[in-house]
Design a protein around this ligand. Structure first.
Ligand SMILES: [Zn+2]
Length: 314
């Protein structure tokens, strides 16, 4: 990791920390789970790590992503405190394999939940490897324990019929990773976009795990084409959003991709692109996790098909 968690003030920590940090690096004792009603019987839970979407109703509970293992009890308590159902979390759907979205799989599985994910989520959890942007964002991922593995996987899509809704997980290849799913709650008009759409500024695109900026852009465009104008959007990280927020993000992805593509065609090196600050017009997207320089690396590696020397193929 290129950012130093320990040296950051607390306020910054919240913004800077989550997307790739592993459970061992963090203290979860003070984390509180904030629950907000999104629409109908769909809730959003925020603690540490990726946002959780939850369908809570008479048939029980389905959650999308499960943050980190040490938070599982708090997440379960928060869901129970809604006083809607005594039934358990029956299904967990993972949007992708990163530990801040799947870390809770073992405790949820051991308390009876069935974990569902795209085929590549299981493969990458099993094998471990390296996550990163092919440049300065890099993290070794250890093979996950058996209890963390999704026991139902799908190639293209899967539907969970519960609480009167057809909850559909649809795979979009090569976006944030190569195992992304976007989860649709059509009756309640809500969508959980995983880390294909985030609110922390320039996104982390895990090119080392099969992600690509073009895939992310294309996937989001396909997803929003199927969504009603007033759909509520749960991002992978950050505040509840709407389609205008997603459109602004897609526009930034396209424009920054074009800027880096132009520089590649002009035979500029990665260092020259950084020195010339070619992403300066999009400076407001520069964040603590992914700043303009790391996003140039991301786009460069994604567009040139060079996910970095550390890449491990599987
Ligand atoms: Zn992620």
């Amino acid at each position: 990791m290129n950012y130093k968690i320990s040296s950051l003030p607390l306020a910054l920590l919240v913004v800077a920390l989550p997307p790739l940090a592993s459970a061992q690096q963090q203290d979860f004792s003070k984390v509180e789970i904030k629950v907000s009603k999104v629409s109908g019987n769909i809730y959003m839970l925020e603690g540490q790590g990726g946002n959780i979407g939850a369908s809570v109703g008479e048939d029980g509970i389905v959650i999308v992503d499960d943050e980190f293992a040490p938070l599982a009890e708090k997440i379960q308590a928060a869901l129970k405190n809604l006083n809607i159902t005594d039934k358990p979390v029956r299904f967990v759907i993972n949007t992708h394999y990163h530990g801040d979205h799947t870390g809770g799989n073992p405790p949820f599985a051991s308390s009876g939940s069935t974990v569902i994910a795209q085929d590549n989520v299981r493969k990458r959890l099993m094998s471990g490897g390296v996550a990163g942007n092919g440049g300065s964002i890099k993290m070794d991922v250890k093979p996950a324990e058996k209890a963390a593995l999704p026991i139902i996987t799908f190639e293209h899509d899967v539907t969970v019929h519960l609480n009167g809704e057809d909850i559909r997980a649809l795979h979009f290849p090569a976006g944030h990773t190569d195992g992304d799913a976007i989860i649709f709650f059509p009756k309640n008009n809500v969508v959980h976009m995983g880390d294909d759409f985030v609110r922390y500024g320039f996104p982390f695109i895990d090119v080392a795990s099969g992600g690509s900026v073009e895939g992310m852009t294309e996937g989001l465009e396909k997803a929003i084409a199927q969504l009603p104008a007033d759909v509520k959007v749960i991002p992978g990280h950050g505040a509840l959003s709407n389609l205008d927020d997603v459109r602004a993000y897609i526009k930034m992805l396209k424009e920054t991709t074009e800027a880096v593509q132009k520089a590649i065609v002009a035979h500029k090196t990665l260092d020259q692109m950084k020195q010339e600050k070619i992403l300066a017009p999009w400076a407001k997207w520069s964040g603590d996790f992914v700043n303009a320089d790391t996003f140039i690396e991301t786009l460069y590696n994604s567009l040139t098909g060079h996910p970095g020397q550390f890449v491990k193929h599987n």
